[in-house]
Each structure stands twice: as structure tokens, then as C-alpha cells.
Design a protein around this ligand. Sequence first.
Ligand SMILES: CC/C=C/CC(=O)SCCNC(=O)CCNC(=O)[C@H](O)C(C)(C)COP(=O)(O)OP(=O)(O)OC[C@H]1O[C@@H](n2cnc3c(N)ncnc32)[C@H](O)[C@@H]1OP(=O)(O)O
Length: 667
Amino acid sequence: MRMCSSAGADIREFAGPLRGPPLVPLLDAIEAGEKPVVAAIEGVALGGGFELALVCHYRIVHFKARLGLPEVTLGILPAAGGTQRLPRLIGIPAALELITTGRHISAQEALKLGIVDQVTEQNACELAVEFALRAVAKPLSSRRVSMLTTPCPPDLDALLEAVTMQVKRKARGVMAPLACIQAVRAAATMPYSKGIKRESELMATLFNSGQARALQYCFFAQRTAGKWTLPSGAQWNNSKPREIRSAAIIGLGTMGRGIVVSLARVGISVIAVESEKKLLETGKQMVIGMLERDAKRRGVSASLNLLKFTLSLQDLKDVDLVIEAVFEDMALKKRVFQELSKVCRPATLLCTNTSGLDVDALAGVTDRPHLVVGMHFFSPAHVMKLLEVVCGPRSSSETIATAMSLGKRMGKVSVAVGNCPGFVGNRMLKPYLDQATFLLEEGATPEQIDKALEDFGFAMGVFRMSDLAGLDVGWRVRKESGLIGPDVDPKNPPRRRQGRRYCPIPDMVCEQGRFGQKTGRGWYMYDKPGGTNAKPDPLIQNLLEMYRSRYGIQPRNISDQEIIERCLFALANEGFRILEDGIAARPEDIDVIYLFGYGFPRHGGGPMFYASMVGLERVLERLEHYHQAHPDVPHLEPSPLLKKLVACGSPPVQKWREHIKTMHSHL
Ligand SMILES: CC/C=C/CC(=O)SCCNC(=O)CCNC(=O)[C@H](O)C(C)(C)COP(=O)(O)OP(=O)(O)OC[C@H]1O[C@@H](n2cnc3c(N)ncnc32)[C@H](O)[C@@H]1OP(=O)(O)O
């Protein structure tokens, strides 16, 4: 049997009723046949493709092929016998690991695990024919995997329990890996005929679940995000990116260091610039250490020869692209861009890693506004997968194509977004954070809010995330935007700014020098500065009590449901406004940003998909309810697009674009 490449079932078909003959009897018949069947695998054998290979009597694999059972990542399980045959072939621990993670493995690893019989650098099909001819005379009984006894460890229950705990810790609230564990248990404790029925029952609990819908949506959303398009007609498949061989990074702070590592490990020469000798030396040592650790983990040699460190911008005159990663200060950034304009050759692309400042204002101080684009990395930049590519009104399609393609080369999930304060991710963060702090005023605690969000599936609750990111950054932004400090009108009521509700508690926390993990104190307390073990702090509790009594606020019991609704519906509501404003082209782009940059649980699909799953009508009704209760919070006022979609019968996410197309695009 020649399997050039099989990515398994067509995932799009899972949205409707499955058609075609049932697969399991067909696969069982192949395995039971008297003629030897040899699978020749090239490319990939994933999901159903891998399950087909497992019923063959022998498996020959090209050395570049990849195999796996990724169903769990789609919210389902391998239900064509995969959970019953793989444990019989390679034992419970290895099968559990592959099935519960969905990890793809190389041909070499498959050989080591005993999944395949031979790995070849030649034509796998020709070798498989030779193999079949030699196999004709041999008995097949030991080659029928479903007939094998599952090699079982003596402490099976303890092993399954440990894996269950691990899965629950890593993927809180996710159903599919737990169902996979139960199916593998059946392979260990039941004959194949019963095990396959159990597999099918477990699949039935997952197949139409909201989690499966969300995870399958994420698969396609991630691929859709790469397909950027501009109102000019320029798009991903008609705009040629430039080839980038050399780059420069300005600023060796946390972000700059991560960007240097991301570039060097994909073979790009990097010149790193700092303003002072001591900062340069510290940054250099840290980058070298990061690259060495990264290379060791990947089993390759560190590409240190690609690095150059300098104090002089003059050294950048020949690079293909510069990424500025200096302090988040517009005046400083403008000075850097003016200087770069003078120093770099006219064709050099100038990028900024700003997390929210006006990219077009920076373009305006250069001699080449069409070659300026935002490349907003997320911290730590060598780990986080998200890259927002911020298209200014003057960025050329070639510039955007180059930034998107460079992101892909660095292994990032790149999303093109428009230029507005905070772009997509950080603009949406504001109403989300605001709701969390308003809930504190009204009676909740940081740990209660975090627990509700973490139970929902967020990697980290909003307060733990803020402690990790550093509270001083937002404090500085609030000072600069006149929300605190001498510019505030003294006649302003204390909990109002710029005509709307304002919660000063985050400022009070910062005034105490509590900047989060780095200072050992923030919304939580930590063992030491830089510690990561967050413990509730009675001082924060006192601060909240004093605050409420000072302003005469009677604390009330706040339910987890209210926390989730207010935080997440406010988040999605801003997403609708971003779509209206043309700052993101599609809801999928917003969801991908929140999945890869902000720890939104994949099994929730992202804020926009989640809103559609809850039901747009319900989201609208709850926002109207909360806005009525808090009329001084404009973010809770339902957006016109949300209302329009509800009026149109709440179409699925993939159809929202049809209702936005008349609106103006900033991409
Ligand atoms: C009946 C038995 C039931 C069995 C259950 C299953 O088989 S579930 C499916 C299990 N298979 C997978 O999960 C594989 C998913 N695909 C991948 O991991 C990758 O696409 C790949 C195969 C490793 C190829 O990666 P690469 O980076 O080379 O390409 P893309 O990811 O960009 O994909 C190219 C286009 O192909 C589409 N696509 C890929 N796999 C599937 C699939 N199984 N079903 C439907 N569509 C698939 C993908 O969406 C891309 O299409 P675009 O139109 O370009 O977006």
C-alpha cells in the first residue's frame, strides 16, 4: 500500500455528519487479510493515515516522513483503532504520551519506538514491494497488531493516575486527553473487540462537543491568519517579500535579547546595538547564554558567529532590516528613527517593536515611510509564538510581505494588524483589565478573579499575568496619558477620569513599590524578587478593605459567572469594535492573537469564537445588562457590529466578514 502522504481525515468534514462507509470494519478487514500488506510512507502519516498504516502488516518509512495521532489537538481521539493498536504495538507509556499530546514524530523515532520496520533514504514504495515479496512465505499472525497482547506495566493504575494528573495540570478543563487515557486503559484491560467499542463510545462524547468545534476552528484560524490582504488588492499570494540576510536590533533589554536569539537561530546575521558599554556587555553575555542553551536543547551548535555587538549606529549602514527595541518612549524612538534614516542605506527596512505607539508617526520622521512597519513581538520574544505585524497607512505591500515572511521564518504565528493605540492585542487588554479592577472595587479579590479565569482555561489569571509582565509599565503609560499626576483636574471625582469610571487601585499598588514578580511584591507576594510562587498577600486584602471603606463601597459576593462574563464579554466587545474600525481583517486574526499572545485557552477558540459559541444574542443581552448597571463604563456598551450581527441572525464567525466589508479598513 503506497501512502505518499496522508494528513488523515478532512477536518472540515467534522462540522457535518460523517459520510462514507464505516472505517473500522474496512481497516479490520485489511489487517485480517491473508496477503501481506506493506505500508510505504512518505511525507506524513497523521491521524486516520497513521491508523491505516497500523493495520498494515509491515511499515516502511522514508527518513523524512513524520507520523502521529494529532486528533487530541482537534478535541477528538483516534477512533479508527488508533487507541487500541498503538498501545499493543509499543506499550502503554509510549502510546499514552503520543496519543495524549498528539505530537508528530520523526521516522527515526518511530523506528526506535518499534512503530515501523525500516527507515529508508530511497524510494519507500520500491522497498515496500521488495519487503512484501519476501514476506509472502512468512506467517502473518504476529503482524496483526490488534491480536497482540498489550505490554502492560505492573503499576498500570498508578501510571494512568499520574498521566491523568499531569494532563489536568497542563490542560485544565480539556476533555479530549482524558478520554484518550480512558481509551488506552481499555487497550490494556480489554480484548480488541471490546476495546474498539469503548473507543467509539468515548469518541461519541467528544465529537460534537464545543471544545472539538473550538479546537478545529483554531487549526484553520491559525492558517487563515497568514493570508493577509490589503484594500489595495495586495495580499499574501501576490506580494513578494524581500530576502533578509542581515538584521540589526537596537536595544538589548528583555525584548531586544529575545529578538536577537530568534533571528540568529534561523541563520540571520545580527548586529546588536546598545547605548552604553555596560549594557552592551550584559546584553551580550545574556544573548550568548540564551543561544547556547537553545542550541543544546535542539542538539545543534550555537550560531554565535552570526552575532556582532556594537555601540555605534554607524555599523548598521549595510543591513537589510533594523528592528528598534528601545524603551517605550515616543520621543526616544523618533530620535532613533531619524538617526537610522541618515545611517542606513535607502533600501533598509525600518521596523519598530513598539507595543502600542503610533507606527505612522515613526514612519513620518524617516526618509522612507513606505519601508517602515511594526513588528510587535511578545515577551520573551524567543519563546512566544505571536508576532503582530503593524501596517501603517504608508507601509508598502513589499514591506508587509517581508515582515510577515520573516516572522514565519522565525517560527512565529504572524498576524497583520492596523495602526491604532495598542494595535489589536493590547487595545483589547484595556477593557479586560479594567473589568478585573472594577470587580476588585466591588468586592472580589485578585485570587478569586484569577481562579475564575484559570478555571476557564487561561494559562494565567489577569493579576498573575500582570505581576509577571511588571506593573510599572502600565503605571508609566497612565501617567503619560494624563490619567494620574499633575495634569489631572483636581475637580475630577476620585474614581472618574476623562469622563468615565476609573479605578486607581493599580496606581496605589505601584505607589508602594509593588511592581510584580521582579520586586517580590505585586498583586501577590513572592518568596523573593524574581520569585514565581504567587501567594495571596494580606496587605493587598487590607488595601482593598480600606479603599472600599474610604469610598463607601459595600463589598458584595461576586460569582465566577459574573467575573467571566464581564471580563470576556468586554474583551470580545472591543474585538467587535476593532473589526468595525478595520484594525483586524477577520475575527480569526483576533482569536489567533489571543491564543498565541495572551494565553486564551485553545479549547475556547479565542474571544471572538467564544462569543459566537456562547451565542451573540446572549452576549448582547449580558453586555446590555452590565452596561445598564455601570453606565459610566463605555466598554460595556454593546458595539454596533455585535448588534448588527445579532439582527442578521448571529451568523457563524467565518461569515462575519460579509457584514463588515462595507466598513473602512486600516490595514
Ligand atoms: C476517518 C478517520 C478519522 C481520523 C481522524 C483524523 O485523521 S483527524 C485529522 C488528523 N490530522 C491532522 O490533524 C493533520 C493536520 N495537518 C497538519 O498537521 C499540517 O497541515 C501538515 C499535514 C503537517 C502540513 O503542514 P504544512 O505546514 O506543510 O501545511 P499547512 O498546515 O499550511 O496545510 C496546508 C493546507 O492543508 C490544509 N490541511 C492540512 N491538513 C488538513 C486536514 N487533515 N484536513 C483538512 N485540511 C487540511 C490546511 O488547512 C492548509 O490549507 P489552506 O487552505 O492553505 O489553509
